[in-house]
Design a protein around this ligand. Structure first.
Ligand SMILES: Nc1ncnc2c1ncn2[C@@H]1O[C@H](COP(=O)(O)OP(=O)(O)OP(=O)(O)O)[C@@H](O)[C@H]1O
Length: 296
């Protein structure tokens, strides 16, 4: 990934010719409501600029995390990369082509798992595989399902339904389903946010192990500084909203495979952690101050 400027703009020479994802001056404005009440009062609620002129280039096989204060627009940005939400201004390119909607080149993992409750583990994965490739042979499909259930450590749970699984196991299904369509990019929106600390740690280790095997490009949102430092090659720190921007992009130099027990011993670890803490405290404090000021 290259570039990170306070004003978000990138010049031609900063643009990476090898970028897999190019986010160029992207802005998202949510339109104000024009409901019945607004018609009666003659007042329309004003438009809301969530993010403004965000730019970054992401090279293949990099693990990128996005971190920033609550409500700054992380999910908005990820949803636009996923093609689930229209872009107001700018472009998001995947391999040089503008993203205009969702596609099998991007697999998504959601915080709330988003599994089909009436389907078993194997059926949830099968559904995704068949949606992407309706003509796939049964033999190949079943092999993909089996391999991905194995990959996330769920062998034996193939016939269980989501309600029979713990949160950690459900998210393993979510990860298997996203990877089973063999996407170029894995998009993860706070994938471990709903899990207890221990399960979260186990799944972080699993993601690190799977990433070592597959080296897919990952773009992940997290609120955890330690999680970002354990998993990322680059950490994108966003400013507070409205009109959130990229403040800085940190390069994470630790060698791989990484291990949570040893990573803290690298000399750069404490400095990077302190920098991220300072950023998040500063941005979150400003959000709180604006909120209190707004209530007066
Ligand atoms: N559909 C929508 N209509 C209007 N405003 C929206 C919509 N979706 C998001 N927003 C606003 O855009 C801003 C960014 O929201 P978003 O969910 O992307 O932030 P986030 O950084 O992912 O938050 P969190 O860390 O709390 O999950 C917020 O102020 C939110 O209220």
């Amino acid at each position: 990934m290259s570039l990170a400027t306070m004003d978000g703009a990138i010049s031609e020479e900063q643009r990476s010719p090898s970028a897999q994802v190019s986010i160029r001056n992207v802005t998202k404005v949510f339109p104000g409501k024009k409901g019945f009440f607004n018609k009666l009062t003659g007042k329309a609620s004003s438009n809301f600029t969530a993010i403004e002129e965000i730019s970054m280039e992401i090279e293949p096989n990099t693990f990128v995390t996005i971190i920033g204060p609550s409500g700054c627009g992380k999910s908005t940005l990820l949803n636009m990369i996923a093609g689930l939400m229209p872009i107001t201004g700018g472009d998001i390119l995947l391999n040089g082509e503008p993203i205009t909607g969702p596609g099998p080149d991007r697999g998504m993992v959601f915080q709330n798992y988003a599994l089909m409750p009436w389907m078993t583990v194997a059926e949830n994965i099968r559904f995704a595989v068949e949606t992407v490739d309706p003509k796939i042979s049964a033999k190949r499909r079943d092999r993909i399902i089996k391999e991905h259930i194995q990959l996330v450590g769920l062998t034996g749970a193939e016939k269980k339904h989501p309600h029979e699984l713990s949160g950690g196991m459900r998210q393993r299904v979510g990860i298997a389903r996203a990877l089973a369509i063999n996407p170029q990019i894995l998009l993860m929106d706070e994938p471990f946010g709903a899990l207890d600390a221990l399960t979260r740690g186990f799944l972080q280790d699993e993601i690190e192990r799977i990433w070592e095997q597959q080296r897919k490009t990952v773009i992940m949102i997290t609120h955890s500084i330690e999680e970002a430092l354990l998993l990322s090659d680059r950490i994108v720190m966003m400013t507070r909203g409205p009109a959130a921007r990229v403040d800085e992009i940190l390069e994470i130099p630790f060698p791989r495979p990484r291990n949570r027990e040893t990573i803290e011993q690298y000399p750069a670890y404490s400095g990077l952690k302190a920098e991220m803490e300072r950023h998040l405290f500063r941005e979150t404090r400003a959000v709180e101050e604006a909120r209190i000021g707004g209530k007066k």
